[in-house]
Design a protein around this ligand. Structure first.
Ligand code: PLP
Length: 277
């Protein structure tokens, strides 16, 4: 499966970047992950709008128009299978290592596709652990600088969790690579958009399908104590979709099984996926 690098499609073994690339040296870049179901990019415009915002936030010019991006990514999709596209843009390779932005250096653009692996835990639920959110102040930017997320996810895994649910000043922000939803006193709640969370595309799709199907859902802050008393907890991301959390820090959530709200919204989400792809 070829990958895309700076205008060319080539085998991954032949795709090389400079050791002076600012992505490598500084983590100076942004990325997107876009699912493609049956060969069609899912919520493409929303992903590209978020990419635009991420690029603007880190002062990298968007090197391509929406149509150009589509033209670059579509050839990476093999046949009609379910895949996701990983797209990364860095500030490029400067002649020397210097924190200051280089002048007149083109960004590095890299994209590849991978099959979406089966995820049987979606139906059975996962365990999650709460951890202190140790990330930076610009979590709304989809930056490649993911060291804190990597360490948190690893710590969660070592404690038997498939996701870390992050807590900042007593409030739930999001997962290490997902957004969080909870059913609190019968109402579906997700934290409001802020600089503390990534504006997840899956989160936005869930909010949209809830609105369209008269499932009440509120964007509202929740504390760690709210979460501990939730009837249901879910995480949501492009790669994992909508996943019930059945165990939080070793204690069963709700009945310790995927709850009725998840059953309903997951059904709606799967139907939405089918309808647009
Ligand atoms: N929050 C973080 C920190 C993420 O890394 C991700 C995706 O990987 C999400 C939320 C979910 O975003 P999306 O639904 O757009 O994949």
């Amino acid at each position: 499966n070829p990958v895309y690098l700076n205008g060319r499609y080539l085998p991954v073994e032949e795709a090389h970047i400079s050791v002076l690339d600012r992505g490598f040296l500084f983590g100076d870049g942004v990325y997107e992950v876009i699912p493609a179901y049956r060969g069609r990019l899912f919520e493409f415009e929303a992903h590209m709008a978020r990419l635009d915002n991420s690029l603007a936030a880190v002062l990298i010019g968007n090197p391509h128009s929406l149509d150009e991006w589509r033209g670059i990514l579509v050839p990476l999709l093999k046949g009609g299978t379910d895949q996701y596209v990983y797209l990364q843009i860095t500030r490029g390779a400067a002649p020397k290592r210097d924190h200051l932005f280089p002048e007149n250096i083109p960004p590095t653009v890299f994209a590849m596709s991978s099959p979406i692996p089966p995820y049987p835990e979606r139906d059975t639920g996962i365990r999650a652990v709460c951890l202190e959110d140790s990330r930076w102040d610009n979590c709304h930017v989809k930056a490649i600088t993911l060291l804190a997320n990597v360490l948190l996810r690893q710590e969660a895994s070592e404690r038997g969790g498939a996701e870390a649910i992050l807590v900042k000043n007593g409030f739930v922000t999001e997962g290490s690579s997902s957004n969080v939803f909870a059913v609190l006193n019968g109402v579906l709640v997700t934290p409001p958009l802020s600089r503390d969370i990534l504006p997840g595309i899956t989160r936005a799709v869930i909010l949209k399908i809830c609105r369209e199907n008269h499932v009440s859902c509120r964007e509202q802050s929740m504390t760690i104590d709210d979460l501990k008393q939730a009837d249901e907890i879910w995480i949501a991301s492009s790669v994992r979709e909508v996943v019930p959390v059945v165990d939080l820090d070793g204690r069963a959530v709700g009945g310790g099984e995927p709850g009725p709200a998840w059953q309903q919204v997951n059904r709606l989400f799967q139907a939405y996926k089918q309808s647009v792809s």
